[in-house]
Write a protein that binds this ligand. Structure first.
Ligand code: HH2
Length: 277
């Protein structure tokens, strides 16, 4: 599918209000730095923002509920006070999701696909917000130890289809559900992530909008001499374009301006190819 002016791939800008995220740990932990980053991503053209107060990387410090709320809610309020941009809350805790939605977020992005707490499905249904159901094999602490799949694309697609059905059975409206293959979450850097990205059309075919997060992920380092997380922009953009080609609805990125430029140029070239004589 070629993104067009009427149906462009949306760009979700990431703001980690954390001291320890793998991609940008500590840079936006202070409230002023986080708000400055939100302003910057908005000015660069982000379609939405994803605010997170707890890192998902293996070995990250767990964050208590109250502390996580204290990290994310003031930022969401501050964004809401000056912009109408949709805000997503990246959390696995229903109480954090609730506080964030009350502060003005409209999407709950849950890397456990609402499995962390027995209350998650019911709370998502009650909040009536958009939800992102992401695939992860195992638990964040150990997920990279020995991930195994017989067929990664089919297994991820089957999991996401099942979780979407379970969310709907719990009362989440069908048109609120987004799916995410969870690149880097319980997947071997090369053996699983690459076929999964190559097979994204299978996930798109499930009929829900797909969110793709490849930005700065470790498979890029694996293909480029273990480049550090802040030196993976080229690979991040390559992944975003692969997602666009497969028809994902949105990409979750740290570098909004550069990603948007790549998507625009790529779509314009593809468009010119379909219209030239
Ligand atoms: N990736 C990360 C965090 N949340 N959510 C979704 N839906 N999809 C993803 O691919 C995804 C996600 C990891 O990236 P980052 O937020 O930069 O790091 P950390 O979790 O260490 O804060």
């Amino acid at each position: 599918m070629i993104p067009t002016a009427s149906q462009p791939v949306k760009v979700m800008g990431v703001i980690n209000v954390t001291p320890d995220s793998f991609s940008d740990g500590g840079r936006f932990a202070a409230p002023e730095a986080a708000l400055a980053q939100a302003r910057r991503l908005i000015s660069e053209g982000a379609d939405m923002l994803d605010v997170g107060g707890e890192s998902t990387r293996p070995g990250a410090e767990p964050v208590a509920e109250a502390a996580e709320i204290e990290r994310v809610v003031p930022l969401i309020r501050a964004i809401r006070a000056e912009s109408a941009i949709p805000v997503s809350i990246d959390t696995v805790k229903p109480a954090v999701a609730r506080a964030a939605i009350e502060a003005g977020a409209t999407m709950w992005n849950d890397v456990t696909a609402l499995r962390q707490s027995p209350d998650s499905l019911a709370v998502a249904a009650e909040l009536g917000c958009d939800v992102v159901l992401m695939h992860m094999q195992g638990e964040p602490g150990t997920m990279q130890a020995e991930p195994h799949y017989d067929d990664v694309v089919e297994e991820v697609a089957a999991f996401l289809a099942r979780r979407a059905a379970e969310a709907m059975a719990a009362g989440v409206a069908q048109d609120r559900i987004w799916l995410d293959p969870g690149v880097g979450f319980g997947k071997h850097r090369i053996r699983h992530n690459l076929p999964l990205i190559a097979g994204l059309d299978r996930i798109v075919a499930l009929g829900f909008p797909v969110l793709l997060g490849v930005s700065r992920k470790s498979f890029i380092g694996a293909l480029d001499n273990d480049a550090a997380a802040d030196r993976r922009l080229g690979g991040s953009i390559a992944g975003a374009l692969a997602g666009a080609a497969a028809g994902v609805a949105a990409v979750r990125v740290h570098d909004v301006r550069e990603t948007l430029q790549a998507l625009r140029v790529w779509a314009a070239i593809a468009q010119a190819g379909t219209t030239s004589a």
